[in-house]
Ligand binder design. Structure first.
Ligand code: FE
Ligand code: ZN
Length: 500
């Protein structure tokens, strides 16, 4: 008699439930040593609702189909020299940020989910983390392949793996993931699975992928879509972990709330680079950062937190602060990169007159009052041949590692600066949010590898900034950094387009 064919649900049950075993001679708690140390209480793993419902064989089939289509498009892109179709060579700098800043995070997500999955007593959670881990490794690979084409024609791509461990602004993104990965397994899932994947991911993928589409970069659009179909599964895992933790035990509620407060704040700080990309780096603009924040966080996130209120979860602690910041952070961040254009691994520029008008229109409350005059002044200096570069290194925030470039939101001409003391040393922060995170776990953050502090301690070569940039960061001076205007990238572009 032929064996009965199993349906998907039964297959998945066999994979996630029946493959587990009882520990007859070993202590189960010793097998999962991290499951309890965060104070989280799990009473019944069988209540875990599997978010993916995908068996291994169907996972491989489904992913392989996607890969085939994706690589066909990469090949076509490359054969047709499709980099010549982008709107403007300035656009490529947004992609340099993606490869150097975001792709290494995908790799950290791969490592993080692989480690985290191992720590759970429940098989459903273990398998879900394993699959997400594989997805993240695929994201690294497809991004590297998509961007390798640009590496043949533009500067700023080739040293991305070397730069990840050294360059000051890349340390921001790196420290975000290091923080999550060195937390316990449940904090990792709340940080990455819920706060980042479920609530904030649209603010990374939508701007970059719509930005790519608006600016003629079909390779990036295609890997973006391919990654986003995985993202839908990741978001389900993020939401499941929150509901599961909150339903398991009421003692979990304050712990989860604390993590939500922390990771929303850290996430919003990390997104300041996306804010500047949307407002300043895309020649054809999609929407302003402020509009993106309103659509993808205030509306979508607002509804989500209304839903979570029945568990006793409230809005993230600094939501009100972040609401005010949407008017300012893109301008403050791009201004910092422009004035440190020699220390950035991509090109910077002053917005065109048309772009300044667009910013005035999109930010009627703040742009003309606080930011437009600076750009007008920078234009005047540049016209006089006195392009301004900041030659001193900034104080960094011990938690988010961003230079103290943000202001008080109620007084946008005053730099925000907070301090805390721990075991006789003083630590500096960009905000109340970052100070709170530090004070919750000072032993963790006193270990932060802060690039500027390391430079001043002589640990990054030197003694001068040019040697550090060249030898320690491996920046090709004048090619990878400084102004777009007059760069080899620009010269090549003009030659290809016959406008030299
Ligand atoms: Fe990913
Ligand atoms: Zn900070």
């Amino acid at each position: 008699m032929a064996a009965k064919k199993l349906n998907m649900k039964e297959k998945y049950r066999l994979l996630t439930r029946d493959l587990d075993w009882e520990f007859s001679y070993a202590d189960r708690k010793k097998a999962f040593p991290f499951e309890e140390f965060e104070g989280i209480k799990i009473t019944d793993w069988s209540k875990w609702e599997d978010p993916f419902r995908l068996t291994m064989d169907s996972y491989w089939k489904y992913q392989a189909e996607k890969e085939k289509k994706l690589y066909a498009i990469f090949d076509a892109f490359s054969q047709n020299n499709a980099h010549l179709n982008v709107s403007d060579p300035r656009y490529i700098n947004a992609i340099k940020i993606f490869l150097t800043g975001i792709t290494p995070l995908e790799y950290q997500a791969y490592q993080g989910f692989a480690h985290t999955g191992r720590q759970f007593g429940g098989v459903g959670a273990r398998v879900a983390c394993q699959m997400q881990s594989l997805d993240e490794l695929r994201h690294v690979q497809t991004q590297v392949h998509a961007m390798s084409h640009y590496n043949k024609f533009f500067d700023g791509f080739k040293e991305w793996t070397h730069m990840q461990d050294r360059v000051w602004y890349l340390s921001v993104a790196k420290s975000f993931f290091n923080d999550a990965r060195s937390g316990g397994p449940f904090e990792f899932l709340v940080a990455i699975g819920f706060s980042f994947e479920y609530v904030l991911t649209n603010l990374v993928f939508v701007p970059f992928m719509s930005g790519a589409a608006y600016n003629g970069d079909m390779a990036t659009v295609t890997f973006g879509f391919s990654a986003q179909s995985d993202e839908a599964r990741h978001m389900t895992l993020g939401l499941e972990v929150i509901k599961f933790l909150l339903e398991q035990h009421e003692d979990n509620v304050p712990i989860v709330q604390k993590w939500i407060d922390k990771w929303f704040w850290r996430g919003s700080r990390l997104l300041s680079v996306v804010a500047m990309m949307m407002d300043y780096m895309l020649p054809n603009k999609v929407m302003s950062w402020k509009e993106g924040w309103e659509v993808y966080f205030e509306e979508a996130g607002g509804a989500l937190f209304k839903d979570l209120a029945r568990y006793g979860i409230r809005m993230p602690k600094y939501a009100e602060q972040i609401r005010k910041e949407k008017e300012h952070i893109s301008h403050q961040t791009w201004w910092t990169f422009y004035t440190y254009g020699q220390a950035a691994g991509f090109h910077t520029w002053i917005p065109t007159d048309e772009e300044l008008d667009w910013l005035s229109e999109k930010y009627p409350n703040t742009f003309d009052k606080y930011y437009r005059p600076r750009w007008e002044y920078a234009k005047k200096l540049e016209a006089e041949g006195k392009r301004f570069y900041n030659g001193t290194l900034p104080q960094l925030c011990t938690t988010c590692q961003i230079p103290l470039l943000f202001t008080e939101m109620d007084d946008p001409t005053l730099t925000a600066h907070r301090c805390s003391h721990y075991k006789g040393d003083q630590y500096h922060f960009c905000s109340d949010g970052c100070k709170d995170v530090f004070e919750e776990e000072p032993e963790k953050y006193v270990q932060s590898w802060l690039p500027v502090h390391q430079i001043y301690q002589g640990n990054c070569g030197g003694p001068g900034l040019p040697e550090i940039l060249q030898d320690y960061y491996r920046f090709e001076m004048g090619a990878d950094n400084m102004d777009m205007k007059g760069s080899p990238d620009e010269a090549r572009w003009k030659q290809w387009k016959g406008v030299a």
